[in-house]
Structures are given as structure tokens and as C-alpha cells.
Design a protein around this ligand. Structure first.
Ligand code: ADP
Ligand code: MG
Length: 252
């Protein structure tokens, strides 16, 4: 095992009835990397994410987060262990402001271990952390806006901030730009680039420009199997990948 691996997938298999959808996936995510999972529609990318986040049970295999097995745990337990899946589990209250939503998220992480003597200090620390998150996702002018009144890309920004608020070990994003205009996509891609620094991300994304510019490493999933893992250059030049997925004629 790679000592730097923060997330290890070992021999993962998933069948739906007779259909083998994930057919033996081994993958190690290195702490601090941005790892893209690409592959044709129906390859099993979302299913793999569901297995990792606990939404679907494994047919076979093991998943370790920071060396500890997480398969068999509930999505909430896995989330509490430090794996955050954005855009799926959102705890946004539409009637509360951006600031209030994030304050709740940060306080949830602090838990209920308040003691009276340090309460004032804690309130200040939470406030500072919330403001820092708001800056990171570029929502400073919208800090007091009601969450339900944000634009689509602003809501996504808030969702990303909510994810960061739990200070996760691994962040998983499944098609974060789906359904967005080009302008909104560019905005969210920039945001993901910013927040990925110093964090571990696993991302499924169709836009190859984004994938190749954002990722440290890329894995290619075809019919439930990873056919290649490597740096963007390695993937770009991998004959098997070109043949199976990217197409000889596609210049990337
Ligand atoms: P991707 O995200 O790569 O496009 P998915 O993981 O969504 O692919 O789907 C992979 C395959 O698994 C598809 O053929 C899909 O029809 C099938 N599949 C996904 N979820 C289920 C399910 N709950 N029951 C049966 N088949 C499923
Ligand atoms: Mg999918």
C-alpha cells in the first residue's frame, strides 16, 4: 500500500442483478492530489462514487479512508469520517443567509463541546472561519443574501463552502458543472481550482479542458474497469485510452 494513500479502493465490484457494473477497481488517491475519473457515459463513474460514499453497498472489495475500512458504514458515518460528497448531501437552509448556513456548518464540526469560559473565543473563531470560507468561494458580496435567492452558480459556490466547512479528508465532486452555462462553468472550474490547493479531490467531469488542466492524475473507467491511471500527459498519450475512449481523431 502506498503510505501516502488517503483513499484506497481494493478489488471493488458492484453488480445490479446479473449486470456487473464495477468489475474490479483498484485505485489509490494520494493526499493532496486532484484526481479526475473520466470515461464514457454508463462506464460506472457515478456508481463508483455511490460505493465510496456509502450510498450503494459493495458486492465485493474494500474501501479504506486514511487506512480505516469504511465499506459497510452509512453515508452519514462515512461523511463523519471525513469523506465529503458535494452536491448530493446538502444541508442548505433556503431561508437562512449564506453566512448563517455556513455558521451552522462550522458549528456542527466544532460539535457541542462548548465550555462557558471559552464561548466568546469560540464565537469569534467560528465567525472568522465562516468569513474565510465565504472569501474562498468568492461570495463576500453575497454573505448576507438568503440562500434560496442565490443564482445557480452562487448556490453551487455555497454548496462547495458547506463541504469545505466540515474540513474533509477527501472531497468528491460528481459533474459539478452539469447543467451550467459556459460562463457559470468557467466560474465553478476556477473555484474548484482554488479550493483544490492543499486538499484531496476526486472529480468526475465531462469537460476535458477542465479535466486536463485541473488534475494531477486521471483515471479512465471503461465498462467498470480502470484501463489507465496517470498524469494528464500520460493519459493523453496512452494508446489504450485513445482507442477505448478518447478516439484516435480527438486531439487533446
Ligand atoms: P456513469 O456515471 O459513468 O455515466 P453510471 O454509474 O451512472 O455511469 O451507470 C453505469 C451503469 O450502471 C449503467 O449501465 C446504468 O444503467 C447502470 N446502473 C446504475 N445504477 C443502477 C441501478 N441502481 N440499477 C441497475 N443498473 C444501474
Ligand atoms: Mg454519472
Amino acid at each position: 500500500m502506498n503510505p501516502q494513500a488517503i483513499l484506497s479502493l481494493r478489488g471493488l465490484r458492484k453488480s445490479f442483478g446479473e449486470a456487473d457494473i464495477i468489475r474490479g477497481v483498484d485505485l489509490e488517491l494520494i493526499a493532496g492530489e486532484c484526481h479526475a475519473l473520466i470515461g464514457p457515459n454508463g462506464a460506472g463513474k457515478s456508481t463508483l462514487f455511490h460505493l465510496i460514499s456509502g450510498r450503494l453497498p459493495l458486492t465485493r472489495g474494500e474501501i479504506l479512508l486514511d487506512g480505516e475500512p469504511i465499506h459497510g458504514l452509512s453515508p452519514q458515518q462515512i461523511n463523519r469520517r471525513g469523506l465529503a460528497r458535494s452536491f448530493q448531501i446538502t444541508n442548505i437552509f433556503a431561508g437562512l443567509s449564506v453566512f448563517e448556513n455556513l455558521r451552522l456548518a462550522v458549528m456542527r464540526r466544532y460539535g457541542l463541546q462548548y465550555t462557558l469560559w471559552c464561548f466568546a473565543h469560540r464565537v469569534r473563531a467560528v465567525r472568522e472561519e465562516v468569513m474565510h470560507l465565504i472569501e474562498q468561494v468568492r461570495l463576500v458580496p453575497r454573505a448576507q443574501a438568503i440562500a434560496g435567492e442565490l443564482s445557480y452558480s452562487e448556490q453551487r459556490s455555497l454548496e462547495i463552502a458547506m463541504t469545505l466547512a466540515s474540513d474533509p479528508k477527501v472531497i468528491m465532486l460528481d459533474e459539478p458543472m452539469a447543467g451550467m452555462s459556459q460562463e457559470e462553468s468557467d466560474y465553478i472550474a476556477g473555484l474548484i481550482r482554488d479550493i483544490s490547493r492543499g486538499r484531496t479531490l476526486m472529480i468526475v467531469e465531462h469537460d476535458m479542458d477542465v479535466v486536463f488542466s485541473l488534475s494531477d492524475r486521471i483515471s479512465v473507467l471503461v465498462y467498470g474497469e480502470i484501463i489507465a491511471t496517470g498524469t494528464p500527459d500520460e493519459i493523453r498519450n496512452n494508446a489504450r485510452v485513445k482507442e477505448a475512449y478518447l478516439g484516435e481523431e480527438v486531439a487533446i
